[in-house]
Design a protein around this ligand. Structure first.
Ligand code: SF4
Ligand code: SF4
Length: 101
């Protein structure tokens, strides 16, 4: 049976699940949804105080935290919504147009 992530415009109808049911969890982990991005967050490490407020606010889990510190964005999954830039109290994230990055 075809997996949800393998469904694309070239799929034959016979490959779809009965009733179009999805048997996997609703996760973007296996999709590189960062391609949808128009705006992009830029991380300014010098201004970052590692308060970690941005990480739980990101709806896409695209701010990795390692050893208690945030690292640069996961651009495979960041959709450029700008929430992280809005919540950062230290202006350590700036939003730019993708082509200005
Ligand atoms: S909210 Fe701002 S200061 Fe806090 S960890 Fe994120 S980028 Fe750094
Ligand atoms: S721009 Fe949105 S999706 Fe990207 S890291 Fe910030 S909060 Fe997450």
């Amino acid at each position: 049976m075809i997996k949800a992530r393998d469904i694309h415009e070239d799929c034959a109808w016979q490959q779809l699940t009965p009733g179009g049911e999805v048997y996997e969890g609703g996760t973007s982990k296996t999709f590189k949804t960062g391609d949808w991005r128009v705006n992009v967050p830029v991380y300014i490490a010098d201004k970052c105080k590692q308060c970690l407020l941005c990480a739980p606010y990101c709806p896409d889990g695209a701010i990795p935290v390692k050893d208690g510190k945030r690292t640069d964005f996961d651009f495979d999954h960041c959709k450029g919504c700008g929430i992280c830039a809005k919540v950062c109290p230290f202006k350590a994230i700036e939003m730019k147009k993708e082509e200005e990055k």
